[in-house]
Ligand binder design. Structure first.
Ligand code: MOS
Length: 711
């Protein structure tokens, strides 16, 4: 056996054992610096001014009085900003035209960037920004989202619609039919750490210190926007305080680069909490109609999932909620469609489990309604409808352990003792109920490069442009590299989040760790072959590099998914409208688990968000102004510690056989199905079906759950 451990015994088996975060001590002691707080000599501070109208044009920016205020260095706006070119293909296709910031006078929504005031201190920039007078020519706006409203259209992309079989025929032939409408509100993925970026020019190179989900992603698009040689742009993002889909190419990086270019000094732009509500994307509200038709024994004859959501007038982003059923349930007639309407609002974006989170609320609620009509246990109904192959694709499943999750979950939750009848269990003022729902999320992988160096001192250095957005990815990669090298993790140093390390997949789509681990594993394999040749390690070490583009391109086409079973118990006081979630249990089949400690945190974090989605979160848009009512953490209500009960998350054995490490990805599936499990538990407690989120106290009080078209 060859090992990389000349002079040491081989050590393996740290993957799958619990490890606290490598940077944990630095984070809790404040030693870990975030993009908004790293000191730089000569640093100037930019403060954004956002539009107060929802549609129209900027007539003038009265910058002269503000430029005379203390410390003010410049005021950038559409009349004087450096030119950029947003006509490019980025990681996600054509970018949202908001990247062409300050390039024209049009305002497409409240909160559109209008000016950047740059000053010696952040406080001076803020004072001047708040004093800046902007005149607008206002036009009528429309921000009213509702089901089936005028302007709703079917987007071009093939993924928007799937159709198999004759829907109306199968519905007519069904013994039981559910036909119901579900809605979810606008939801925001404000991270604990707001977006921040410092930009400076250093010896002809542009350097950006950022908080993002992918430093080569941001570097690549900044190079394209500013027509720079990609090699002359370096982006780093060492520590990130949450991202959830919001931390891509956003205006803070672009404006910091513009200001640094104009002023010839480092400039930092930090978004305020309020600004993140309009500048970094959000989850579209959805209106979903689900029709299910089943035989008397629960077998699905018809499944129709129609989803509608919104996007901005400047860019099309579609929350594909109706995709959720495609891998999950088969039916003789199986139709799914995603529609969208353009309104005078910011462009929504990817938010943890985009599509699956709202889609699972609608479909998994409808399954529960069907179970009631069929007089079947909800888990038995799902087992009855397990497909052999992909219901839409016809492809085989790489692995499918949904029922294993339900079996283990039912056992641990105590499901077997459940009386299915609603509204029967009372403890004092509380009505008690339990509910369940299925979860699934695609298993994806992206190309990555990595470098692994055997150092002369016996340690190993891994370099990869991974992003640890708080997930524990840095620690997971250390364990993976240590096992591959057969050394103790203490001898492995993983350096991440520096675009100079080369291209790598972003922390997105639950595929970050899988994609990076693949590249690290391949580089280690090569390094060990080099080391096996023997000889001394020179002072600069021996480095092996990998690029997984070809390997992942050769993966065979299969249905690749994670699965999960969500369980919840709630207590409902129908006289006050209060709902208390008493416990939640999630059992997941999501590939090999690298670090059980941080994996459990990921699942519990997602489930907590599902609780928050079920009961609390809802951004309200004022029709008159077109802006938010209360874009802050005081008004945007989300679950706090007192709302969150005992949440348990665990997993079944489910290694991915095509992945070198067995990983599937765990970042997003925790939220999927969680809100449906809670809504189903509320029905079980009260007998009232709630089809609109969040299930607010007023909705409980008025038993206003929404219409079932089948009565
Ligand atoms: Mo995540 S919503 O794929 O960044």
């Amino acid at each position: 056996m060859t090992t990389a451990t000349t002079g040491h015994l081989p050590v393996t088996g740290v993957v799958g054992t619990a490890h606290t975060r490598i940077e944990g001590l630095a984070k809790v002691t404040g030693a870990a610096r975030y993009a908004g707080e790293i000191p730089f000599a000569e640093l100037a501070h930019g403060w954004l001014v956002l539009s107060t109208i929802a549609r129209g044009r900027i007539r003038s920016v009265e910058s002269a009085p503000v430029r005379a205020m203390p410390g003010v260095l410049t005021v950038l706006h559409h009349g004087n900003a450096p030119r950029v070119d947003g006509d490019y293909q980025g990681l996600l296709g054509r970018p949202d035209p908001i990247v062409e910031v300050f390039q024209h006078d049009q305002v497409p929504f409240v909160g559109w960037p209008v000016a950047l005031v740059v000053a010696e201190t952040s406080e001076q920039a803020r004072e001047a920004a708040e004093a800046l007078v902007v005149h607008y020519d206002e036009e009528p706006h429309d921000v009213a989202f509702s089901a089936g409203r005028p302007g709703t259209y079917l987007p071009d992309a093939a993924s928007m619609r799937t159709e198999k079989g004759a829907l109306e025929t199968e519905l007519a032939a069904s013994a039981h039919v559910v036909d119901a409408e579900y809605t979810t509100p606008e939801e925001h993925h404000c991270a604990m750490e707001p977006h921040a970026a410092m930009a400076r020019w250093d010896s002809g190179r542009l350097e950006v210190v950022d908080s993002n989900q992918g430093s080569t992603w941001v570097a690549d698009e900044l190079a394209k926007l500013f027509s720079l040689d990609p090699a002359s742009v370096r982006v780093r993002s060492e520590h990130v305080g949450g991202a959830f889909g919001s931390k891509g190419v956003r205006v803070h990086q672009i404006l910091a680069v513009m200001a640094a270019t104009v002023l010839h000094r480092p400039v930092r732009v930090v978004l305020t909490r309020r600004q993140t509500f309009s500048l970094v994307g959000y989850r579209s509200p959805t209106a979903q109609r689900v029709r299910l038709g089943a035989d008397a024994d629960g077998r699905l004859r018809a499944l129709d999932h129609q989803a509608q959501n919104l996007t901005s007038t400047v860019h099309e982003f579609v929350e594909q909620s109706a995709g959720f059923a495609r891998p999950l349930y088969d039916a003789d007639a199986h139709h799914t469609v995603n529609r969208v309407v353009r309104l005078d609002v910011p462009t929504p974006t990817f938010v943890r489990a985009p599509g699956e989170a709202p889609g699972s609320f609608a479909l998994e609620s409808a399954l529960d309604e069907l179970a009631e009509k069929c007089d079947m246990d909800p888990i038995a109904l799902r087992a009855r409808n397990e497909p052999e192959v992909g219901p839409v694709s016809g492809l085989p499943f790489a692995s499918r352990n949904l029922l294993a999750c339900f079996e283990e979950g039912a056992r641990r939750f105590g499901w077997a003792d459940r009386d299915p009848r609603p509204g029967l269990r009372r403890e004092g003022r509380w009505l008690i109920g339990t509910g369940t729902a299925a979860a699934t999320f695609p298993v994806l992988v992206g190309p990555a490069t990595a470098a692994v160096t055997a150092e002369a001192d016996g340690t190993f250095t891994v370099r990869i442009t991974a992003a640890d957005v708080g997930t524990g990815a840095r620690t997971a990669l250390t364990l993976i590299a240590a096992d591959a090298l057969e050394v103790a993790p203490e001898r492995v140093h993983v350096r991440i989040a520096d675009s100079d390390f080369g291209p790598a997949m972003i922390a997105g789509g639950s595929m970050g760790t899988r994609s990076w681990a693949w590249a690290v594993t391949v580089a280690v394999r090569d390094l060990r072959e080099q080391l096996a040749l023997g000889g001394d390690i020179p002072p600069q070490g021996i480095t092996a590099r990998s690029d997984t583009s070809q390997a992942i391109g050769e993966l065979t086409q299969k249905e690749r998914h994670s699965f999960g079973a969500q369980f919840a118990e709630v207590a409902v006081d129908v006289t006050s409208g209060e709902i208390r979630v008493r416990r939640m249990l999630g059992i997941f089949a999501t590939g090999r688990i690298i670090n059980p400690l941080t994996a459990r945190s990921q699942f519990i974090g997602g489930m907590t968000w599902g609780l928050s989605m079920a009961l609390h979160e809802e951004a309200i848009r004022d029709q008159a102004s077109g802006g938010h009512v209360g874009a802050d953490f005081a008004s945007y209500h989300f679950a706090a510690n007192a709302d969150v009960p005992l949440i348990e998350a665990d997993w079944v054995d489910d290694p991915d056989e095509d992945d070198p490490v067995g990983i599937k990805g765990i970042g997003e599936i925790g939220i999927v199905g969680a809100a449906a499990a809670i809504a189903n538990a509320v029905w079980h407690a009260t007998g009232v079906r709630h089809r609109h989120l969040p299930i607010r106290p007023d909705r409980v009080l008025t038993a206003d759950g929404g219409a079932d078209r089948t009565g």
